[in-house]
Structures are given as structure tokens and as C-alpha cells.
Design a protein around this ligand. Structure first.
Ligand code: TYD
Length: 256
């Protein structure tokens, strides 16, 4: 699952709180090697952190497609090295930003087009989409007034970019109404945290139910009958969803 939103929408705080509350419930949240941990994008691997440095902490101009491809490159590494192995281990993986960030920032705000950026990212991730995405909706003007670390390269571009990003997220929420749950990120932190937890638990229950009622997979002719198909994720809580079968929890909680 992923959390998304404009810069300073409070995602990172909420990801940390969510991981702690899921772990306190005894749920297997985390990534391989980092129990209870979450991951940031871009980042999470040595390659990803190097890309992050290039993208966010240098003052040079980066062309829109160079930007989109660098984010996709960092993501490809993260999925291969961390996300897929963690899902295979049955962990619930919580990501602080993922593909929707590229669709909103590069696809919409940089006007590369949602479909073009999605195509690249499907290649980069092997079509791995979240089962659930929580979009913290905060007015970009009010978000920019929130305290935080010094602005990075994208934040320095100011309100015009963030307003386009917010419009991009609205468009994505319309496009993927079952996967993306919109929450009011302007409520007090504890209230947002409660909504985040509630939406997550509802989605986990829906996924568990769906996998309990799903008929057993028919053996493929090529595979020996007893062997699981390669790449199958055994967990009921965090199976990967591909772009073509983006089954998502039907519960929509709170929000605008
Ligand atoms: P970060 O410090 O993680 O910002 P935040 O705490 O708000 O998430 O920096 C990530 C920046 O990179 C942020 O401005 C959004 C941008 N970004 C993209 O433009 N495309 C992407 O695919 C991703 C993952 C991030």
C-alpha cells in the first residue's frame, strides 16, 4: 500500500504512525531486513538514494523526461531489491510515495501525460500496483505554509507546481476510484491517523476475504501440479496487484 499527496501533506508522519499501529496489532508490516519499517521514494536502496541526491539536492535543471525516467529507475531498483522480496515473505509493505507520484508530478504537473508515464513505470515495476493508496488531500497553499525541512529542488518551484500536482492527484482519484481512497489531510494529525488506520484495516479485511473465497488456482499445463506458480505471493494481506487486474478494496473512507 502507498501514501500519496502534495509536498508537506503529512505523508511521512502518517506512514510512521500506521506502521507502528499495524505492528502493535501483530500484523506483519515492514520490509525485508527492516521489521516495522517503511520506505521512502525515491530511495530505499543505494541506487535509489543516489538518484534521490541527483533529483532533489542539486541545483541543475533536469528535463521532464530525464526526471520521469530517473524516478522510474529508482523505483525499478526498489521493487526488485526490496518490495517483491518483502511481499514474497508475506509482509505488508507501506510505501511513502510510489507510481502515483510520478503520474501526478511528471504525468500531470510536467505535462508528460498520465498514460506515457504509466507505461514506463509498468515496465520498471513489472506492473506492480498497490492494493490500496491513501491520498492525503491538503490545499497546496496551506501545505506550503507548514513547517518542515528546507525545500528541495521540486518544492523550490513553488505553488504553481504543487497546484498542478494536486489537480493531478484529483484526476488519479477519479481514474482509480477503487484503489485510491481520499482522506482529508487537513484534520488534526491524530484524526488523520485514525482514518488512515481504519481505511487500511478495511482494505486488509477485504483482501483477506477475497483470497479466502477465491477458488484455488488451476494448475497451468506447463507447471507440475503441486508447484506454486513462480512469483506467487503467499500472503493474503499484501498480494501485488498488476496494472491489468487492479482489484482494489471496495471500501472508501472519509475524504472529499
Ligand atoms: P520527499 O522529500 O520525499 O518529499 P515528501 O516528504 O513531500 O514526500 O521528496 C520527494 C520529492 O520528489 C517530492 O517533491 C515529490 C517528488 N517526486 C516526483 O516528482 N515523482 C516521483 O515519482 C516521486 C516518488 C517523487
Amino acid at each position: 500500500m502507498t501514501l500519496e499527496g502534495v509536498d508537506r501533506s503529512g505523508k511521512t508522519t502518517q506512514v510512521e504512525r500506521l506502521c507502528a499501529s499495524l505492528a502493535a496489532r501483530g500484523l506483519p508490516v515492514g520490509v525485508r531486513g527492516v521489521p516495522g519499517g517503511s520506505l521512502r521514494e525515491p530511495g530505499g536502496t543505494p541506487v535509489g538514494e543516489a538518484v534521490r541526491e541527483v533529483l532533489l539536492h542539486r541545483s541543475h535543471a533536469v528535463s521532464p523526461w530525464a526526471e520521469a525516467l530517473l524516478y522510474a529507475a529508482a523505483r525499478a531498483q526498489l521493487v526488485a531489491d526490496v518490495v517483491r522480496p518483502s511481499l514474497k515473505d508475506g509482509l505488508i509493505v507501506v510505501l511513502d510515495r510510489y507510481i502515483d507520484s510520478s503520474l501526478a508530478y511528471q504525468g500531470c504537473a510536467r505535462a508528460l501525460g498520465i498514460d506515457a508515464v504509466l507505461q514506463v513505470n509498468e515496465r520498471a515495476t513489472g506492473g506492480l500496483l498497490p492494493d490500496l493508496t491513501l491520498l492525503l488531500k491538503v490545499d497546496p497553499g496551506r501545505a506550503s505554509g507548514r513547517a518542515g525541512s528546507p525545500p528541495d529542488r521540486l518544492e523550490s518551484e513553488g505553488l504553481t507546481l504543487q497546484t498542478r500536482v494536486a489537480a493531478g492527484y484529483d484526476e488519479l482519484a477519479r481514474r482509480y476510484p477503487r484503489r485510491i481512497v481520499v482522506l482529508d489531510g487537513e484534520r488534526p494529525v491524530a484524526e488523520v491517523a485514525a482514518q488512515v488506520e481504519q481505511a487500511t484495516l478495511a482494505a486488509l479485511a477485504a483482501l483477506t476475504q477475497a483470497s479466502a473465497t477465491a477458488p484455488p488456482a488451476a494448475p497451468t499445463p506447463a507447471a507440475p501440479p503441486a508447484a506454486p506458480a513462480s512469483g506467487t505471493v503467499s500472503t493474503t494481506a499484501a498480494s501485488p496487484t498488476t496494472a491489468s487486474n487492479a482489484a482494489a478494496p471496495s471500501t472508501r473512507t472519509g475524504g472529499k
